[in-house]
Design a protein around this ligand. Structure first.
Ligand SMILES: NC(=O)c1ccc[n+]([C@@H]2O[C@H](COP(=O)([O-])OP(=O)(O)OC[C@H]3O[C@@H](n4cnc5c(N)ncnc54)[C@H](OP(=O)(O)O)[C@@H]3O)[C@@H](O)[C@H]2O)c1
Length: 227
C-alpha cells in the first residue's frame, strides 16, 4: 500500500465502537484491541449485566462500557456485529431503526461443524453480510474481521496480530473507514477485497482456516501479496 494511500486514511481515532454480541470471544477480542488503540468501546449483549461484567473483565483501565445491544447500537458511531449466525438475522431486524444511518461491520461466518470438520452453510442472501444489508436498508454494511482469531486478539502476550483484514462493501468511504479502523490494531492491515456480493466466499474461507488451524495447531491468518 502506498504512503499516499495511507496518508489519505480517514481519522477514526475518536469513533465510538459498539459491538453486538460483544460478550463472546470475538467481540471481547475486538473490544480489547480497539480500546487499547484508544477508541471508546461499548460491549453489547442481550443482558446489560453480562455486558457490564464482560467489559470489567477486560480491565477497568481500558474504559470499555457494557450495555444491552439496543443501547450499545444507539450510543455507537460504528457497530460491529459479532453474534453467532443463528441469531444474526433476528437481532439485526430488531435493531434496524437504531442502526439506520450508521456503518455496520459484519464479521459473522455462517459455518457448520460435523464429524468431518467445518463447512460453510448456504445463505439465501449470498452471505451473512448481504443478509445484514437486506434487513438494514438504512445502514451501510461492510464485511470485515472474518479471519481474525479471537484467541490472538485476547492474548496479552501477542503484541502484534500478524494478518490482513479483508474489507468488503459497496460504499467507498465506508470501506476506507473500516480499513483505517482495522489498521488501529498493531500488525493488522485493512485491504479492500470487493463489493458485498463477494462476501460469501470470504465467510466460507473461514472453514478452510479452521481446517488449517486444526491440522497445524495454529491461529492462521491471511496476507495479501503485492499490495
Ligand atoms: N471466535 C472467533 O475467533 C471468530 C473470528 C472471526 C469471526 N467470528 C464470528 O464472530 C461471531 C461471534 O463469534 P464468537 O466466537 O464470539 O461467538 P459466541 O461466543 O458463540 O457468541 C457471541 C455472543 O453472541 C451472543 N449470542 C449468542 N446467541 C445469540 C442469539 N441467538 N442472538 C443474539 N445474540 C446471541 C452471546 O452474547 P449474550 O448472551 O451476552 O447476548 C454471545 O456471547 C460469529 O458469527 C463468528 O463466526 C468469530
Amino acid at each position: 500500500m502506498s504512503d499516499q494511500q495511507a496518508a489519505a486514511a480517514p481519522d477514526v481515532a475518536t469513533l465510538t465502537i459498539g459491538i453486538l454480541g460483544g460478550t463472546g470471544d470475538q467481540g471481547r477480542g475486538l473490544a480489547r484491541r480497539l480500546a487499547l488503540a484508544g477508541n471508546p468501546v461499548i460491549i453489547g449483549s442481550r443482558s446489560a449485566e453480562r455486558a457490564v461484567a464482560a467489559a470489567q473483565d477486560l480491565g477497568a483501565d481500558l474504559g470499555i462500557r457494557g450495555m444491552a445491544n439496543p443501547a450499545a447500537a444507539a450510543a455507537a458511531d460504528v457497530v460491529i456485529v459479532a453474534v453467532p449466525w443463528e441469531g444474526h438475522g433476528d437481532l439485526l431486524r430488531s435493531l434496524a431503526a437504531t442502526l439506520a444511518g450508521k456503518i455496520v461491520i459484519d464479521c459473522v461466518n455462517p459455518l457448520g461443524f460435523d464429524q468431518r470438520g467445518c463447512y460453510p452453510l448456504p445463505v439465501a442472501e449470498g452471505s451473512a453480510a448481504q443478509q445484514a444489508a437486506a434487513v438494514l436498508p438504512g445502514s451501510v454494511v461492510v464485511g470485515a474481521f472474518h479471519h481474525v482469531s479471537a484467541v490472538l486478539l485476547l492474548d496479552p502476550e501477542v503484541a502484534s496480530v500478524d494478518l490482513d483484514v479483508l474489507v468488503l462493501g459497496d460504499d467507498r468511504s465506508a470501506t476506507d473507514l473500516v480499513q483505517a479502523l482495522a489498521a488501529r490494531i498493531p500488525g493488522v492491515r485493512g485491504v479492500y477485497a470487493g463489493r458485498l456480493r463477494n462476501c460469501g466466499q470470504i465467510e466460507a474461507l473461514t472453514a478452510n482456516l479452521v481446517s488449517i488451524n486444526r491440522r497445524y495447531k495454529a491461529h492462521a491468518g491471511l496476507r495479501i501479496t503485492d499490495v
